[in-house]
Design a protein around this ligand. Structure first.
Ligand code: NAP
Length: 259
């Protein structure tokens, strides 16, 4: 299937590790140009060099997206370099365990870490998205639907990202800008590894989770999340907006008796 992403420019936040890296690679594989907005300097350098070796163009704007000014800079630099933005993938996030016991400061920090940049980036990119009739993909989480325990800030942010997906899909109808969300559940990434390693017996925990994933008793791969993302960025999904795509091997929705 030809996705028509050639020479189109997509900002991917957290685009050099885990799910974001797979999305950047998938965009590049389709001939698009990923603009990687990340604070992971080494990972970003390595990814850009690797993509270059494969003959793919990419661009990076390094810095912490918690700063509103950084979100503005990402958009400004993208425009200066390419004079277009065809889409945004809001993906950067950290499951930081700011639960009820941690207190108001930790909760606020978590919202800052996980939510505000989703809005800020779209706000600053809006004029260019209107011009390109661009697409927005918000990477949320199953935690928005299921809860997890001990992570109020992350859960609130992920839920808010779903609400913003519907809200922006409605607001941006007149501009033909489509907005969709993807909800991963269990995907092995540096973030997920860190979370697993926080348990006393990580391999037992991992085995227990995998046993509960109905489809093929395995984790979703980052590439499977990326494949859904490039489809949602492309005009092949031209009449899909305001949707929540749960790419999780049936983990959240299928009957528990199946596992
Ligand atoms: P990851 O492996 O940690 O990769 C995320 C990348 O985003 C990292 O490079 C990280 O940098 C960067 N980042 C985070 N906050 C940032 C900020 N404020 N400014 C700039 N860069 C920032 O995470 P992942 O597992 O791929 O997760 C990606 C997204 O998927 C997140 O939104 C997460 O909530 C969601 N998700 C993942 C899973 C899963 O199973 N992995 C499940 C549900 C939802 P640092 O390394 O410096 O933090």
């Amino acid at each position: 299937m030809e996705l028509n992403l050639k020479n189109k420019v997509f900002i991917v936040t957290g685009g050099s590790k885990g799910i974001g890296e797979a999305i950047s690679r998938a965009i590049a594989a389709e001939g698009g140009i990923p603009v990687i907005a990340s604070r992971s300097i080494e990972a970003t350098k390595n990814l850009i060099a690797d993509l270059q070796k494969q003959g793919s163009e990419s661009y990076a704007v390094l810095g912490d997206l918690q700063e509103e000014a950084q979100c503005k800079k990402v958009v400004q630099k993208t425009i200066k370099n390419y004079n277009r933005i065809d889409g945004i993938v809001n993906n950067a996030g950290v499951n930081d365990g700011a639960g009820l016991e941690k207190g108001p400061e930790a909760f606020r920090r978590s919202i800052q870490l996980n939510l505000f940049h989703y809005y800020d980036l779209v706000h600053y990119a809006l004029p260019y998205l209107k011009k390109s009739k661009g697409a927005i993909v918000n990477i949320s989480s199953k935690v928005a639907l299921t809860g997890q325990g001990g992570t109020s800030g992350y859960a609130a942010s992920k839920g808010a990202q779903l609400a913003l997906t519907r809200e922006w899909a409605a607001e941006l109808l007149p501009h033909s800008i489509r907005v969709n969300a993807i909800l991963p559940a269990e995907v092995m990434t540096p973030l997920y590894r860190k979370w697993l390693d926080s348990f006393d017996n990580p391999s037992e925990k991992e085995a227990r989770i995998i046993a509960n994933i109905p489809l093929e008793k395995r984790m979703t791969t980052s590439e499977e999340i990326a494949a859904m993302t490039v489809f949602l960025l492309s005009d092949k999904s031209a009449h899909t907006t305001g949707q929540f795509m749960v790419v999780d091997g049936g983990y959240v929705h299928l009957d528990r008796s199946l596992t």
